[in-house]
Design a protein around this ligand. Structure first.
Ligand code: MG
Length: 390
């Protein structure tokens, strides 16, 4: 009698297969969908991150096209126990993944072109599978459905019993293995649930997630990029005011402006640069410029505030933030600042490492009102928008 080569099944062991081996026939270009960049990461890596964050998942097998085995092995870490080459169709790819999960009591299959899957959805499907043996995520069809031949509607389809099925799908490992072994290839199957259905086993559907988008067309990719970008935006506000005193140069936005008085301060007193730095730090959820560059630290005596601003930008970049734009307004009764605004924008942008069109500087007077109007000081306000790159 043959001794099985397969290690003993571990009943509680949950493995996942992320299928990313398909050719992207509906998207132009040579890069398959799971390897397209989406906010600094592969589409596939975003899906993988959800599995990494799901405590019940122990091991992930990623199935890719043969040409992507080496780059995926070099880049994917964490729970990824194996990167294996897929086959000619999806079914072969899942089978290749199953071979790399020989002892998994439970298997979750997910499409590598669905980057927005969440740990909550993975757990929801897995819990349903634990009760019944097999489960998939899906959503009731909301659109009216028509049967069409050519451009002619034949009939309206009753949608009350129709669901659009997603992944993840979860199975008792033995059920999925048996389905792959026993169901013949006479008819193509579109997902693993169908293989198990054909076995005559029950598959339940649990509510999926409308955000669990499958990237199929260029429009899907555009929407996915928009979603990633929008979810990574943070806004911050900054305000600063300094007193005008004699015998000091007037420095605003890194530009020295001819004026009989300048702004008092431990540094060069550049209230505009300080307001922008506070807006940037605020957007990143950090404390203000005083916490980063303490005023009682002699290092910053007479400091060029543009250097401080450049250092703030450097620290934020190191944490994955990039500056989308900055908008600022300086309030000064005199001198007239608008002739210097363009130079201020250029210098501030250079300090931030962005193009000048990402920084706007406007000037207004105090209309004679209050301390600014009485020329006792100059104030600046700024808003900054940051984007998290990863
Ligand atoms: Mg200040």
């Amino acid at each position: 009698m043959d001794v099985p080569l397969r290690p003993p099944l571990r009943e509680d062991h949950v493995g996942a297969i992320i299928v990313a081996a398909g050719a992207s026939t509906r998207l132009p270009g040579e890069v398959p969908k799971p390897f397209l960049p989406l906010g600094g990461r592969w589409v596939l890596e975003r899906a993988l991150a959800a599995f990494e964050a799901t405590a019940s998942i122990e091991r992930v097998v990623v199935v890719v096209g043969a040409a992507y085995v080496a780059p995926a092995r070099a880049r994917l870490r964490g729970k990824v126990g194996a990167v294996v080459a897929g086959g000619p169709d999806r079914r072969d790819s899942v089978a290749a993944g199953l071979e790399a999960l020989p002892d998994a009591g439970w298997v979750v299959v997910h499409d590598g072109a669905r980057p927005f899957v969440t740990p909550a959805l993975i757990d929801r499907v897995l819990e349903a599978a634990r009760r019944t043996g097999a489960a998939t995520a899906g959503l009731p069809v909301a659109d009216t459905l028509k049967e069409v031949t050519g451009d002619r509607i034949r009939r309206t389809v009753d949608r009350s019993t129709l669901w659009a099925v997603q992944t993840p799908q979860a199975f008792r490992g033995e059920v999925l293995r048996e389905a792959h072994r026993r169901i013949g290839r006479s008819q193509p199957v579109t997902d693993d649930a169908e293989l198990v259905e054909r076995l005559g086993a029950e598959v339940v559907v649990v509510p999926g997630d409308p955000g669990n988008l499958k990237i199929t067309t260029p429009q899907d990719l555009e929407l996915a990029r928009w979603l990633v970008e929008a979810s990574a935006l943070r806004v911050g506000v900054g305000y600063d005011a300094h007193r005008l005193v004699p015998d000091r140069p007037l420095v605003l936005g890194g530009v020295t402006i001819p004026h009989p008085r300048g702004l008092a301060g431990h540094s060069d007193g550049d209230a505009l640069a300080h307001a922008i730095a506070d807006a940037l730090l605020g957007a990143a959820g950090q404390r203000d410029i005083g916490a980063h560059f303490p005023p009682d630290d002699p290092t910053y005596r007479g400091a060029d505030s543009l250097h401080l601003l450049a250092e703030v930008a450097r620290r934020l970049r190191a944490e994955g933030w990039s500056v989308v734009n900055v908008d600022a307004v300086v309030q000064a009764e005199s001198p007239r600042l608008s002739p210097f605004a363009a130079t201020m924008q250029e210098r501030l942008a250079a300090a931030l490492g962005v193009q000048p069109d990402r920084v706007a500087v406007k000037a207004t007077t105090g209309e004679g009102l209050g301390p600014i109007g009485r020329e006792e000081g100059i104030a600046a306000q700024a808003v900054a928008l940051l984007q998290k790159d990863r």
